[in-house]
Design a protein around this ligand. Sequence first.
Ligand SMILES: Nc1nc2c(c(=O)[nH]1)N[C@H]1C(S)=C(S)[C@@H](COP(=O)(O)O)O[C@H]1N2
Ligand SMILES: [Mo]
Length: 253
Amino acid sequence: MKDWEQRKEMWPAASLRRRNLRAVVVLGLMLIAGWGLWQWMIHQPVEGRILSPLRKVLGWNERLFEGAMDTSLRATSYSGKEAVKLPRVNGSYGMTGTLDTASWRMMVVRCNGDTLKISLAALQQLPKTEVIFDFKCIEGWSQVTHWGGVKLKTFCERYGLQEETAKHYVGLETPDGGYYVGIDMKSALHDQTILCYEMNGKPLPANQGYPLRLIIPVKYGVKHLKRIGTMFFSDDKPRDYWAEHGYDYYCGH
Ligand SMILES: Nc1nc2c(c(=O)[nH]1)N[C@H]1C(S)=C(S)[C@@H](COP(=O)(O)O)O[C@H]1N2
Ligand SMILES: [Mo]
């Protein structure tokens, strides 16, 4: 018997018609259900720039991350030879105006309201750490890059910021307030998180944050704020540029 004849025997015409009809009905019901769900979705209130049900899913993710974050986890380290010579430049919010780098100081707002003004030279006196890791941007690219600076943890210890590091978050902002991020304290005090003033063994290029940027390998690129102006500490989530535009607050990976 030919192949098609055999199949015809297995699926008589009446049965085929029934199956076709059923398939069309199921498809129709799925379309109606999908359309209904979509209608419901687009009529939901907007929360933090995205529709509330989507925001809720992000909220669950965030809580999951907050609970599951293990600071003993480290981003993979690489050797200096593996680092790219000319790292890509990406993102310049808060960096468009010129900066008077000679008078620049990092403003560190203490819990008692005092503000420390830290010069680049003072930061360079603290022990230097090099970090070579795969820098990942949420836009989908990554590259091995090489940075140098002082661990944020060491900085806080040396400047006696105990009360400050007992808070839940660190906030960082550019001098003009044009870009800003919030970092959970565990990630801020992570062993690989540095206040960074060098790239490939040389001072940071201006468009990569001279005189000082954050390098935080346990997070995506958005959190690596370039051109630090102010640092502060709080139990509430500091404002965060990309979280305000609908991205995940933690941005860990
Ligand atoms: N001040 C400032 N810092 C910033 C950004 C920005 O727009 N402004 N973009 C962030 C993003 S999205 C990424 S991926 C990295 C890119 O760092 P790079 O320019 O050194 O590659 O910087 C981050 N830090
Ligand atoms: Mo990014």
